[in-house]
Write a protein that binds this ligand. Structure first.
Ligand code: NDP
Length: 311
C-alpha cells in the first residue's frame, strides 16, 4: 500500500480563497480591512520566517498585517506594554505573539504575555478563556495548527465518528486542542506522551494517528495500523548527514535535497510509514500551510466577532 497524500498546500490555497468574500464584506462595511498585529521579540531565524509568512499571507488576502518588533534584550514588562497598546488599538482584530520569547524575559514570560492578549483578539487561541470555550465546545478562536488538522480531516472526508483517534503529544498549543477537536467530532480519543507505556501498541489501535512530538522520524511503520490516516505535525530540520542516510534511501528526493542545501525538513513520521498508512500528510506541504491559512481565518473571524459585539 502507498498512502494517499493529503495535500495541505492545495487545501490551504482553497481555504484562503474562500475567506476573500468575508474580507471584502468586512472591509466594505467597516471602511478598513481586518487587521493582524504580530509581535516578534528578538531575531530567532525560524521565527523570522514564520512571522514573514503569516504577515505576507494576511496581506495577500486583503487584510492588514503589521509586524511589531522588540529587541532581544526587551523586558517582559515592555512586551506586556506593547500587547496592552495593541489590545486598545481598534484597527487590529488579531494579536499574535511569536514564540519563543527571548530567554532573558524569564521562565513565565510566555504565559504572562499570552494571558495579556485580549481573548477577542487571541488569533492563536492560547488564552485560557478561549481554551475553556473550546473545552465546552462553544465557538472560540482555536489554536491554528490543530484547527488546520481538523479542517483537513473534514475536507478529506476522513471518518471520525466512533473511530479511535490517537494523539501523540500533550502540549497546550497542539496535542491538547487537537484531542478536543477530535473528541468534538465524536472520535474516541487517546492522548499519548513521553510516559505512555508501549506507545507503538497504543498507536497501532488508531484509525487516525496525529504525531506532534518534535522528534524526526519517531513514528515508525510498527506504530501504524494498515490503512490508518496519519497526520504529521512535526517539523524538524535535519542537518546531520548520518541521520539523513539512516532515514532516507539512496537516490531519494530528500537525499538529493540534502546534497544541495545541507539540510532537509522531516516530520515526526518515518518515511516507511507511507507503505502502511492509508493517508498521510507530507512534510513540508502538509500541516504547515494549513496552520498559516488558519491564522488568516482566525483574523477574519476575530474581526467579524469584534464588529458584532464591540469591546
Ligand atoms: P512540545 O515539545 O511542546 O510537546 C511535545 C510532546 O511530545 C510532549 O507532550 C511530549 O511528552 C511528547 N513526547 C516527547 N517525546 C516523546 C516520546 N519519546 N514518546 C511520546 N511522546 C513524546 O511540542 P509542540 O506540541 O509545540 O510541537 C510538536 C511538533 O510539532 C514540533 O515538531 C513542532 O515543530 C511542530 N509544530 C508544527 C507546527 C506546524 O505548523 N506544522 C506548529 C506547531 C508545532 P511530555 O508532555 O510527556 O513531555
Amino acid at each position: 500500500m502507498t498512502a494517499r497524500r493529503l495535500d495541505g498546500t492545495a487545501w490551504a490555497a482553497r481555504l484562503r480563497a474562500e475567506l476573500e468574500p468575508r474580507v471584502e464584506r468586512f472591509t466594505d462595511l467597516h471602511g478598513r480591512p481586518p487587521g493582524l498585529a504580530v509581535v516578534l521579540a528578538g531575531s530567532n531565524p525560524a521565527s523570522e520566517i514564520y512571522v514573514r509568512n503569516k504577515i505576507a499571507t494576511v496581506a495577500q488576502h486583503g487584510c492588514r498585517g503589521e509586524l511589531f518588533r522588540l529587541p532581544g534584550t526587551a523586558s517582559v514588562d515592555e512586551a506586556l506594554a506593547l500587547v496592552e497598546r495593541l489590545n486598545q488599538d481598534d484597527d487590529f482584530d488579531g494579536i499574535l505573539v511569536q514564540s519563543p520569547l527571548p530567554e532573558g524575559m524569564g521562565e513565565d514570560a510566555e504565559q504572562r504575555v499570552f494571558d495579556a492578549v485580549d481573548p477577542a483578539k487571541d488569533v492563536d487561541g492560547f488564552h485560557p478563556v478561549n481554551v475553556g470555550r473550546l473545552v465546552q465546545k462553544r465557538p472560540a478562536l482555536v489554536a491554528c495548527t490543530p484547527l488546520g488538522c481538523a479542517e483537513l480531516l473534514d475536507r478529506e472526508g476522513i471518518p471520525l465518528r466512533g473511530k479511535h483517534a490517537v494523539v501523540i503529544g500533550r502540549s497546550d498549543i497542539v496535542g491538547k486542542p487537537m484531542a478536543l477537536l477530535l473528541l468534538h467530532r465524536d472520535a474516541t480519543v487517546t492522548i499519548c506522551h513521553s510516559r505512555t507505556v508501549d506507545l507503538p501498541a497504543v498507536c497501532r489501535t488508531a484509525d487516525v494517528l496525529v504525531a506532534a512530538i518534535g522528534r524526526p522520524g519517531f513514528v515508525t511503520a510498527d506504530f501504524v495500523k494498515p490503512g490508518a490516516t496519519v497526520i504529521d505535525v512535526g517539523i524538524n530540520r535535519l542537518a546531520d548527514e548520518a541521520e539523513v542516510q539512516r532515514l532516507f534511501p539512496e537516490g531519494s528526493a530528500k537525499r538529493r535535497q540534502f546534497a544541495e542545501k545541507g539540510s532537509v525538513l522531516i516530520g515526526d513520521v518515518h518515511p516507511d510509514v507511507e507503505a502502511v498508512a492509508g493517508a498521510l500528510t507530507p512534510v513540508p506541504g502538509g500541516v504547515g500551510p494549513l496552520t498559516i491559512a488558519m491564522v488568516l481565518r482566525n483574523t477574519v473571524t476575530a474581526a467579524e466577532l469584534r464588529a458584532r459585539a464591540p469591546i
